[in-house]
Ligand binder design. Structure first.
Ligand SMILES: [Zn+2]
Length: 190
């Protein structure tokens, strides 16, 4: 087994109280590839994982997955888009239950493709009072009730111009991802 510290896959672990107890350098880099100054992975240790997860349905769905993984003591795989302004990235997160309620998250990069920069995903772009819902799992944006589109299409459909300020993106979950997550159960090991 690879040493998770040296592993090039982003890896982090939470304890039974959902506090970060291990984070590797690959995860820090993966979360904020645009960051220029070095951040020590150990600076995340002891912080609640929920500081990084939007309240509401997104949090409830993660909590449900953790409950299932801990309950059955078997892993699940959660596919997820982890886009940046200039890249579409698809990852598979494996939630691996360990001793005493610890869950290790291992992110496998499935694919990455470069695109023209999307200002809506640029964390440094100034925001205004408008907001848009963005699915935390597939990164599609809600254009009207029940309809979620890729961010570039949503921008066109909603007529969002490249203005000095842009709407805030609020993490939520689309119907398709919600249904698939609700059906995600760890396979019981025989
Ligand atoms: Zn979705």
């Amino acid at each position: 087994m690879l040493n998770p510290l040296a592993d090039r896959r982003p890896i982090f672990r939470i304890d039974a109280h959902d506090r970060l107890v291990f984070v590797n350098a690959a995860w820090v880099e993966f979360m904020h590839p645009e960051r220029t100054q070095h951040v020590e992975p150990t600076s995340f240790h002891g912080r609640s994982w929920w500081e990084f997860v939007e309240r509401g349905q997104v949090r409830q769905l993660w909590a449900l997955l953790y409950q299932r993984v801990r309950g059955v003591a078997a892993p699940v795989f959660v596919p997820m888009r982890a886009d940046t302004a200039t890249q579409r990235r698809l990852i598979d997160i494996e939630l691996q239950p360990q001793h005493e309620g610890v869950i290790q998250h291992v992110c496998e990069r499935v694919w990455t493709e470069t695109r023209a920069s999307v200002a809506l995903l640029d964390p440094t772009h100034p925001r205004d009072e408008r907001d848009l819902r963005c699915c935390a799992w597939c990164k599609r944006v809600q254009v009207c009730t029940g309809r979620w589109e890729e961010i570039e299409d949503a921008q066109l459909l909603l007529g969002i111009e490249a203005t000095p300020t842009l709407p805030k993106l609020m993490a939520d979950v689309c119907t398709t991802c919600k249904q698939s997550l609700l059906k995600t159960f760890p396979a019981r090991v025989a």
